[in-house]
Design a protein around this ligand. Structure first.
Ligand code: IVH
Length: 686
């Protein structure tokens, strides 16, 4: 349709008016929580704007609220180097550490009065936003603090983030350049609704609001981000050209005037006693909030003092995070069992009545060693308080002795190995008891084989605890070297093992022959040799033969390999039964470092071990089977459907619902060409 120049002018004026109106209602709704119009009226404004912008594309600008609905970003997120490092925070876990922070601050500012601002520590995703002449031009993740990712289109969909700044006061211009930092999060109430929706649709649930927010911010398709209930609190002015702020509190007020959502729960305190009381009060109050917080942040208010305090490598000296104590729950000890580990260490293990702690169910907790059991006086039948140490490992913190009935049973460490009956030993200088039987002990043999197949070692899919136990009990296998002689016929006779799983297991074992040498080194289970040490050894020596032949000094001369590791490696290869084991592995065709061991298709390609790749749609250059074989040749595995465990989805022509699913879950999606570029990476010019 022809449009007269006059129409364009009229449209321009209306578009500008609509944008102003929509921005104002966004602000009232998402920042001030005080809407003035109904959702339907709001939607009508957006629709009118979108239709005008469609008719007059020349009027479209990046700060238009129509951009909040998102669009497809096909490319990877561009890396962004931060203008100054986005530092992290040091933690204070108790009052003493909080006071220590205060003392350090004062030691740098002798004789000066110090004021602190205390604000909630939002458990979300740290972002930095850049505005030029009032318009949002860049939104980036924190990344490693130095370099993040450009996620601007995704952050534009977050309605609490202004696309255009408001005037700080009537007639006063916004800073020509502004950089702010804040936290993107999902409100708890919205998170519940989100997971209800996932459950109804039969989709996996999000573990917690933080994960859901992080996944949404890193979506390749910002239309999906737009549907996620993201919000944002902004808490720091990193740069405001032309403005001189005096205090952090002033900064927070300034941010609010510019139209950002600033957390209202901040307070200024004159000394550390007040700060501590304030933090303590929040431990109880955190449940009242509609967003998750994991502590309080304490900041020196005066910006000049901040500047003089400076920073350490990782964190500013002018701030600290007071972390809330981890969640604790009471449960009962049903039993105390004794566990024999891969290296023979014998550890007591409490079996607990299952209880939900900090977002996951806990049903067992290690008791470390006999001394710990005695010291805590844990008895079977006791009520105990559990938490997750470092938020991960379940631990019994205390026994509720006053709830005892007299029926509780004290625990005594056995003096013989529960698996093989050998007399347990306590090596000098160690707290743990050990079973000295080595691989002749069935428990150690089981653990060693489970370790062999684990993700960090040879990564053999299907070689979990149950299968390992069956293989050993049936006598088919005595150690890992025997695995490589198994046939489908052998395996299919095991209980609960179908034809298909037997084939898969044998194929997975076969594929593990071609793992890089460092994985084999980890799998051998030499004490102290983890991924890093193994990689250093591979890099330096290149083959198992040379590592086995190296003397302790030669080993310790490798940068990063200390005398303890060197002694363990040397000792391992001096033992005849280990040398014999290694010879059998070599005979079974495992890669021990000779370069010819890698198949031609994969030579020099990336290591995909532990990664699952899903294909969807038709590939132009190869069959699905060929593509899958390529992935397997690089150590990866393939699957027919997308799940949270999928590392990569490859989309060909006419991709199906798997592609939508992958995007929903924030999984990396590659086109066919990109996939080929990836697998051919490092193979030199072709
Ligand atoms: S200040 C240079 N204030 O906590 C100081 N951080 O554990 C910058 N966080 O990476 C941080 N709420 O992502 C600050 N009110 C708040 C915060 C906050 C959450 C996050 C931030 C930081 C992490 C450190």
């Amino acid at each position: 349709m022809e449009t007269a120049p006059g129409d364009l002018e009229v449209a321009r004026r209306r578009v500008e008016e609509l944008r102003r109106l929509i921005a104002r209602h966004d602000y009232l709704y998402h920042v001030l929580d005080r809407p003035e119009i109904s959702d339907a009226e709001y939607d009508a404004l957006v629709r009118e704007l979108v239709s005008l912008e469609t008719r007059f594309p020349q009027l479209l600008t990046p700060d238009s609220p129509s951009q909040r609905v998102g669009g497809l970003v096909a490319t990877d997120f561009r890396p962004v180097t931060h203008s100054s490092p986005m530092l992290s925070l040091d933690n204070a876990f108790d009052e003493a550490e909080l006071r220590q922070f205060d003392r350090r601050v004062r030691s740098f500012l002798p004789g000066e009065a110090v004021e602190y601002v205390v604000e909630p520590k939002i458990d979300g995703l740290s972002v930095v936003l850049t505005y030029e002449r009032g318009v949002l031009v860049l939104g980036a993740t924190r990344g490693d603090g130095y370099q993040g990712e450009d996620v601007t289109p995704n952050l534009r969909t977050v309605r609490a983030i202004p696309l255009r700044l408001r005037e700080p006061s009537p007639g006063v211009e916004v800073p020509s350049r502004l950089e702010v930092r804040g936290e993107v999060y999902i409100p708890v109430s919205e998170f519940r609704k989100l997971n209800e929706g996932q459950a109804e649709a039969g989709l996996p649930l999000f573990a917690n609001p933080r994960n859901a927010a992080a996944g949404a911010v890193r979506q390749k398709d910002s239309r999906i981000t737009a549907r996620r209930p993201l919000s944002a609190f902004i808490y720091e002015v990193r740069l405001a050209e032309g403005w001189t702020l005096r205090t952090h509190a002033e900064g927070l007020e300034f941010l609010a005037r510019l139209g950002f959502q600033v957390n209202p729960e901040w307070a200024v305190h004159q000394d550390i006693d007040q700060v501590h009381r304030h933090c303590r009060a929040w431990v109880a109050r955190r449940e009242e909030l509609d967003y998750e917080i994991d502590g309080m942040v304490i900041k020196v208010n005066d910006l000049d003092q901040q500047r003089r305090l400076g920073r350490t490598a990782r964190a500013p000296r002018w701030a600290v995070a007071y972390k809330f104590p981890a969640q604790r729950r009471v449960t009962r000890v049903l039993d105390i069992q004794v566990n024999v580990g891969r290296t023979g260490a014998v550890t007591p293990l409490a079996i607990l009545e299952p209880v939900l702690v900090g977002g996951s169910t806990v049903s067992r907790a290690t008791l470390h060693n006999e001394d710990v059991v005695r010291q805590k006086d844990v008895r079977v039948g006791d009520h105990v308080v559990v938490h997750k140490a470092g938020d991960v490992i379940p631990e019994i913190i205390e026994v509720l002795a006053d709830r005892r009935t007299g029926q509780e049973r004290p625990f005594r460490m056995p003096d013989r190995c529960p698996a093989c009956g050998s007399r347990l030993e306590r090596p000098e200088g160690e707290v743990a008891l050990r079973c000295p039987a080595g691989p002749t002990c069935p428990a150690q043999r089981t653990e060693a084989l489970i370790h062999w197949g684990s993700r960090g070692a040879m990564d053999v899919e299907g070689l979990g605890e149950a299968t390992v136990t069956q293989l050993l009990e049936s006598g088919l296998v005595r150690d890992a070297a025997d695995l490589y002689h198994l046939t489908v016929q052998d395996v299919v006779n095991l209980e609960r093992m179908g034809e298909k799983s037997a084939e898969n297991l044998v194929r997975a074992i076969d594929a593990s022959r071609r793992r890089p040498l460092w994985r084999l080194l980890v799998a051998l289970g030499i004490r102290y040799v983890g991924e890093r040490a193994a990689q250093l050894l591979e890099e330096h020596f290149g083959s198992l033969e040379r590592i086995a032949a190296a003397g302790p000094e030669e080993l310790a001369a490798v940068p990063g390999i200390g005398p303890k590791i060197a002694a363990a490696v040397h000792g391992f290869f001096r033992e005849e039964r280990n040398r014999d084991f290694v010879r059998r592995l070599e005979a079974a065709g495992l890669n021990t470092g000779a370069p010819a061991e890698r198949p031609a298709t994969a030579a020099g390609g990336p290591d995909l071990s532990g990664q699952t790749v899903v294909f969807t749609g038709t590939l132009a250059g190869m069959s699905r089977a060929e593509a899958e074989a390529l992935v397997r040749s690089l150590g990866g595995r393939t699957a027919g459907s997308v799940s949270r465990h999928t590392a990569l989805a490859v989309a060909g022509e006419n991709p199906g619902s798997k592609l939508d699913r992958a995007r929903e879950l924030g999984i990396r999606v590659l086109g066919e060409d990109e996939f080929l570029a990836l697998v051919r990476r490092e193979r030199g010019p072709s």
